[in-house]
Design a protein around this ligand. Sequence first.
Ligand code: SF4
Length: 319
Amino acid sequence: MRSFTYERASSPAQAAGAVGRVQGARFLAGGTNLLDLMKLEIETPTHLVDVQDLGLDKIEKTPDGGLRIGAFVSNTALAADSRIRRDYGVLTRAIVAGASGQLRNKASVAGNLLQRTRCPYFYDTNQPCNKRKPGSGCAAIGGYSRQLGVIGTSDACIATYPGDMAVAMRVLDATVETVDAQGRARAVPIADFHALWGDTPQVETVLRPGELITAVTLPRPIGGTHVYRKVRDRASYAFALVSVAAVVQRDGTGRVAFGGVAPKPWRVEAADALLPQGAKAVTARAFAGARPTADNGFKLPLAERTLAAVLAQAKGALA
Ligand code: SF4
């Protein structure tokens, strides 16, 4: 690990200012992803700004009947919150499907949103990787790509966004709140928060230099049956090959998002409208234009079967 300097921030705006001011500075929250990447010298920050003590660890009601989740609420606390469990069950289920109990105790909401891809070539510094070293090439294209993306990818990068929590937040139409180095706040719909790779796979979100996530807000509850199903190579502590987050209403309408398939939680609202017609119709629309590799074409039928299981589970719960 390379040497770096460290400071504890005293306010969100001060933290954003510090990261914006120092070349190569990064925020440090739970550190569950960043510290691993620093040990491998994939991330080499010059300065860390610790943002754990800013009071952003509360879950509060919003005036419109939703919830505002502080950026540094732990994954464990968020999943266990009685309001989340009662009204946003898909979020609790997605969070507990991820990582391990120890990691969830330490990982923050903001850090979870920002976790980096698990493409094996991203972690192997002997391999070309446009995301790690822009312009160096992509070892995954033509390489081992079983876990990688099938849609929303590009000729520069075919990695996936690895998280579970954000897939549920996408189905719930969450909004990400931020503050920038000048102290200005903004709100970004989660649909727009993660970037598609295009020619710049090193750019993973719409955050600007120094911009700090302060909260995620959930709109008022929408009812329905909440299901999260994750298909992976082992029963726990593994990233999704395919995951499905869904909220299904009694009349068969609802919303669905997919994880493990794209650079961002993958939801196509036009596909939501096809939910009453079943999984085949939804996935045909949601994955129109997919570009699977020779290794990962199985993800397309797997997504359909996983959604079919989710819809059957929801129907059973509603019966
Ligand atoms: Fe790097 Fe993306 Fe290619 Fe993986 S898929 S090697 S992360 S450029």
